[in-house]
Design a protein around this ligand. Sequence first.
Ligand SMILES: Cc1cc2nc3c(=O)[nH]c(=O)nc-3n(C[C@H](O)[C@H](O)[C@H](O)COP(=O)(O)OP(=O)(O)OC[C@H]3O[C@@H](n4cnc5c(N)ncnc54)[C@H](O)[C@@H]3O)c2cc1C
Length: 420
Amino acid sequence: MEQVQDPVIIAGAGQAGAQLAQSLRQGGFKGTITVIGEEAFPPYERPPLSKDYLAGKRDAARLFLRKPEFWAERQVDMRLGQRVSAVDAAARSVTLQSGETLPYGWLVWATGGRPRQLSCEGAGLAGIHYVRSIADIDRMKADLTEPGRRIVIVGGGYIGLEAAAVLRSFGHGVTVLEMQDRLLARVTSPTVSRFFRNLHEGHGVKVMLSTGVTGLTGVDGRVTGVALSDGSTLPADLVVVGVGIIPNVEPLAAAGLPCPNGVAVDEFCRSSDPHILAIGDCALHPNGFADAHIRLESVQNAIDQAKVAADVILGNPKPYTAMPWFWSDQYEVKMQTAGLSIGHDQVVVRGTEGKLPFSVAYLKQGKLIALDCLGSPKDFMQCRALVTARAAVDPEKLADTGIDLKSLMAAAAPAPAPAE
Ligand SMILES: Cc1cc2nc3c(=O)[nH]c(=O)nc-3n(C[C@H](O)[C@H](O)[C@H](O)COP(=O)(O)OP(=O)(O)OC[C@H]3O[C@@H](n4cnc5c(N)ncnc54)[C@H](O)[C@@H]3O)c2cc1C
């Protein structure tokens, strides 16, 4: 007799939730899979939102991860435009915003995050935009029908900079405000920060560092200016805010699960409740590449953690050990990052700083922990094994572009374990 499998409820129809539903069916899961998604769209890719979708080079249907029939064919019940508003962990059930209650055997929390909003005076004015969803970008585009607008971008992280690149390419006047003394300060080295500052300034973007926003001014309910920490006010027709996300954890936190900056999970994506897992942007997990508990906001993490959760549900648990990787497109430049540079104590530039292609390598106690590859897909492909192994590499060889990174792997490979 075939075993009946516990129903799985996935909260969040995003990158991680979609991958989990797919991996469960691929792994032979026969039980009910219900995906509850707050947005009206089927699961879609977010990276193009600040790139090709904003640029008008892709339409919404081409963002969808799968055609709607893919889910129906696999008997994945996609309940879109619905939100999980409460979790009863003792009864093992969720309540939707509609009031409907659904029982689960496994609940997988894959709700991502929402943009951190400005809280200063004027934050509610029209003309202030965020960059998280198709709806956000559609709103922004609808608000940008006139040419030559003065756009102020708050936040010099990836999302702000990608949006800056696209909006500048449309001919708008763009100013990027960053509180820190360099761009991308949270995620990369001063070398890469300098590169992107020069890139944007070379395209005519004004970059203002060590500058905070103290308020937004407006006329007739619409933003007209951004008040800065130096006391001045920048005129603005439109403001784009990219200052990070807040993980969507409230229903789980209310159910008593520890959620300090994300749902606390172990290396199997298991929360403190044996029937609840969490994956993707909202999962605060132990990461061996960071030597810390972190949340990762990347497609790689969403997909790989979904696979870890699927294996747990399928009864074949394997810990999450995948190497983090990421990319960003700005103007004609693609940057690809392997690993996490957190805690590095040495930086090696491979090639000539600022001259494409070049890469920036990060070492910790002589071991390669990350590489930012600027216009160098070859370095990115070849460094992955080195970063995964956290291989000890000779910095001089690393800097020498005449030496392929893959040849360093052979030199750095640990000796095979002795036979038992
Ligand atoms: C503009 C932009 C550009 C990006 N660029 C890159 C990039 O270049 N490379 C890269 O690796 N990553 C990039 N990312 C990050 C990447 O898209 C995310 O890491 C990834 O989408 C995370 O997947 P997720 O499933 O955890 O969350 P999401 O994809 O955000 O999905 C979560 C879903 O859950 C829904 N939800 C929330 N609460 C509830 C609830 N209570 N009930 C039901 N549904 C709920 C949300 O509405 C959302 O649809 C980018 C992100 C953005 C926004």
